[in-house]
Write a protein of this length. Sequence first.
Length: 155
Amino acid sequence: MKKAEEVAQSTTINKKSKGFTGEERAAMKNRAKELKAEARAEKDKADGESDVLAAIAAMPGPDRAIGERLHAIIKASAPALSPRLWYGMLAYVKDGKVVCFFQDAQKFKTRYATLGFSDKATLDEGQMWPTAFALKELTAADEARIGALVKKAVS
């Protein structure tokens, strides 16, 4: 019995893990910083807002324009939501839980930005409903739809 345990242990030790990529390690470090910032933001919501505004300012042109508009729409549609960073993305929180977030296209080198809603958003509609939307640019109709979705998400 002891021999089998030693063999099992030696085979698991000899397996090499590929480990985390550089991007994954950076995301984990960013998340640790964000958790510290969240603790500060709970004390002062202005910290969360300033972090979000700094993140928007650092985005490339098209993503920055969408981020600025989304920030304004979300603040106007749901003043109860507090802005903060979440895994490096803009996020809007109610009672400490992320309700919606914006993932800029550059973050994961995708061809479009994404507006997403967490399971805390009350968007339930039947047995299936969308929880993320691809964004290339925003029209007035898109902005109105986003405002309505955000209001529904926090209702």
